[in-house]
Structures are given as structure tokens and as C-alpha cells.
Write a protein that binds this ligand. Structure first.
Ligand SMILES: Nc1ncnc2c1ncn2[C@@H]1O[C@H](COP(=O)(O)OP(=O)(O)OP(=O)(O)O)[C@@H](O)[C@H]1O
Ligand SMILES: [Mg+2]
Length: 320
């Protein structure tokens, strides 16, 4: 009989809902997903953030076994995507980028249809549909045809369609695509209800969405993960320089020359001065400006955004 092993063999893997191992997909000469290694913990909300064509949907399609990898593999709740696709379909629910709702059916009928496809018991299905409609604030509209729904309502229904079989993992591909800021925020609030209860992998090209929702963010560009960490970690990682934004009267040439002699970068435009350097002391900068003759109206040290992180890593803006 084997002795009790002290080797950390299975245990660490059990902590993960999704693991990818050099996951790759090529379409002819195009490398859409380029050897991705990811470990997403059970109960984590992980955002894959990247521009159009970065490889987000292709990655998801491989994890859901809709697309065969060209190389590498992945495990979903311990099941291998190449060998155990039927097991994976039981544990995963996907809300696709393009909504897949039947416009002439009402939400209950849509949920019933998808539930039957999953082979759910009709009575359980009814109870589950009612619960899910409630969680997404759609109970009052449960009998209206989906074609009469707003974009935000359709997105919310598209999310619960993925939850009908109560999967352990919820995948949301661009859950707020095409929504206005108010409707997006509403969808975020609804998604938040599932945080910690399910493992959630979502894709987005909205920085604020990843920032608001995710426990961890993987920035994907050109099929590669180019940065990985919490929003704070990613922002700190690029704090090589600080920028101070000052609004002031009397930003005359003498003031600009004085500040340029002290700091690496000084830009002035319409009464606003931006100073960037490795080290900035708020009080010191204000005092120096006053001494040079400027009158400071307001000033703050700018926090980096995820947008700054993306720009810093890839050299381009996210929305291109
Ligand atoms: N079936 C396919 N055949 C050929 N090329 C494809 C196919 N599916 C995706 N691609 C290409 O793979 C790359 C990655 O596409 P993918 O849809 O994964 O990007 P994405 O990050 O989801 O983008 P978006 O934000 O626009 O949804 C793109 O260059 C795309 O044109
Ligand atoms: Mg996509």
C-alpha cells in the first residue's frame, strides 16, 4: 500500500476551476491563441481583457469544447478538453458574445427551451427559471416576447440562459457589449450576485468593467497573455513614474523653464501643467510653482489606470 504522500500531487490542481497548458489555436497562418498558460481558482472572477481580435472568444470556445485546440490543452474542473467534452458541458455554462435568444418567445419559454436541451426535469426547471428571472430583475417581464426587450434586458437573460443547469463555472463573453453606461452598470450589479458562488470567466474590452468586477485580470493581446494580476497589482507594476496634474494661473514661460530644469517631463496646455518623473513630492512641487510665480488652483497626483497599463505593455491603446 502506498504510504501517505507528502508530495503536493493532486491537491494544488484541485484549487483550480480552469487550467490551460500552452493552449494554442491557429487558423491557417494566423495564430489566434498563442500558447496561453492560465490558472483560474475555484470561486474566482477572472477577466480576460483585450482588444478586438485578441483571441478572447477563441480561448473560450476551446474551453467549452466548441473548438479543438491546435496545440496544448486545458482542464476544466479537472476534465481534459480534448478527452472529456461531455463532462465539461455539465460543469460549464456559457453566455456567448452574440446573444442566442429566440426573439418570439418570452424569457420563461427561452429558459424552458434551453433547460430541456440540458435534459432538466420540468418541475425543477420551472422553479429554477423563476429563481433566475428573479435574480436578474426580469420577473415582471417574464411573459413578454424577448423582441420587445431592451439591450440590457436581453444581456441579462442571455446570462441566466447559461445558468439554467446550475453549472459550477459561468463564462460570460462580452456580457455588456453594446450597452450604454447605465445599462452596463446594472448588468455588473447583477453579475456581482454570483461572485464567490460560481467561478466566473468573463471577457471584456472595457477597462472599467474588468476593474469593477474582477478578482484578477489577464490582459490578452495578439493571442498572448501580456499581463496578469489584480487590478491594483497591474497598476502598481507600471508605477515607474508618477504624473502630477496642476491647474494654475500665470503659467508663464519662466515657470515652465524652472519646472523643466527640475523634472523629466513638463507639458503645459490651457492653464494645465502635467509633470512626470520618477519621484514627485506634492508639497514640494506646489511650493516650487509658487516660488516661480504661478498661482496653483488645484493639483493632484494621477493614479495609473488599466488603460495606462495596457498602453505601457503593448505600446498601443486598447480600443484600436
Ligand atoms: N473561425 C475562424 N476562422 C478564421 N479566423 C478566425 C476564426 N475565429 C476567429 N478568427 C480570428 O482569430 C483572431 C481572434 O479572434 P477572437 O474572436 O478570438 O477575438 P476576440 O478577442 O474575441 O475579439 P472581439 O473583442 O472582437 O470579440 C481574430 O484575428 C479573428 O479574425
Ligand atoms: Mg470575442
Amino acid at each position: 500500500m502506498a504510504s501517505k504522500s507528502i508530495e503536493p500531487t493532486r491537491a494544488p490542481d484541485d484549487a483550480f476551476a480552469i487550467q490551460t497548458f500552452k493552449l494554442t489555436k491557429t487558423f491557417g497562418s494566423l495564430v489566434a491563441v498563442d500558447g496561453i498558460d492560465l490558472n483560474i481558482r475555484k470561486g474566482e472572477l477572472f477577466a480576460l481583457l483585450g482588444p478586438n481580435g485578441a483571441g478572447k472568444t477563441t480561448t473560450i470556445n476551446m474551453l467549452c469544447c466548441l473548438l479543438k485546440p491546435s496545440g496544448g490543452t486545458a482542464k476544466v474542473m479537472g476534465y481534459d478538453i480534448n478527452r472529456e467534452p461531455y463532462k465539461i458541458k455539465e460543469v460549464i455554462g456559457v453566455s456567448p458574445q452574440e446573444t442566442t435568444l429566440s426573439e418570439h418567445l418570452n424569457p420563461k419559454e427561452n429558459l424552458n427551451l434551453i433547460g430541456r436541451i440540458h435534459g432538466a426535469n420540468p418541475q425543477k426547471l420551472k422553479t429554477r427559471s423563476e429563481l433566475l428571472l428573479e435574480t436578474m430583475g426580469l420577473t415582471g417581464r417574464a411573459k413578454d416576447q424577448v423582441r420587445k426587450f431592451s439591450g440590457g434586458m436581453k444581456r441579462r437573460l442571455n446570462i441566466i440562459m447559461a445558468l439554467i443547469h446550475n453549472p459550477q463555472i459561468l463564462i460570460l463573453d462580452e456580457p455588456t457589449l453594446g450597452l450604454d453606461p447605465q445599462a452596463r452598470r446594472a448588468v455588473w450589479e447583477y453579475i456581482t450576485q454570483f461572485k464567490g458562488k460560481k467561478t466566473i470567466l468573463l471577457t471584456t474590452h472595457y477597462m472599467d468593467e474588468a476593474d469593477f468586477l474582477a478578482d484578477r485580470i489577464g490582459i490578452i493581446d495578439g493571442g498572448k497573455i501580456v499581463a496578469l494580476g489584480t487590478s491594483t497589482e497591474l497598476k502598481i507594476s507600471m508605477l515607474k513614474t508618477h504624473t502630477m496634474v496642476i491647474q494654475a494661473w500665470n503659467l508663464i514661460q519662466k515657470v515652465v523653464t524652472e519646472m523643466r530644469s527640475r523634472y523629466a517631463e513638463v507639458e503645459v496646455s490651457k492653464g494645465t501643467m502635467m509633470i512626470t518623473d520618477k519621484r514627485l513630492d506634492f508639497r514640494e512641487v506646489v511650493d516650487q510653482l509658487h516660488a516661480a510665480g504661478a498661482v496653483v488652483r488645484s493639483a493632484y497626483i494621477k493614479e495609473p489606470t488599466l488603460e495606462d497599463v495596457f498602453l505601457d505593455i503593448t505600446g498601443k491603446e486598447l480600443r484600436q
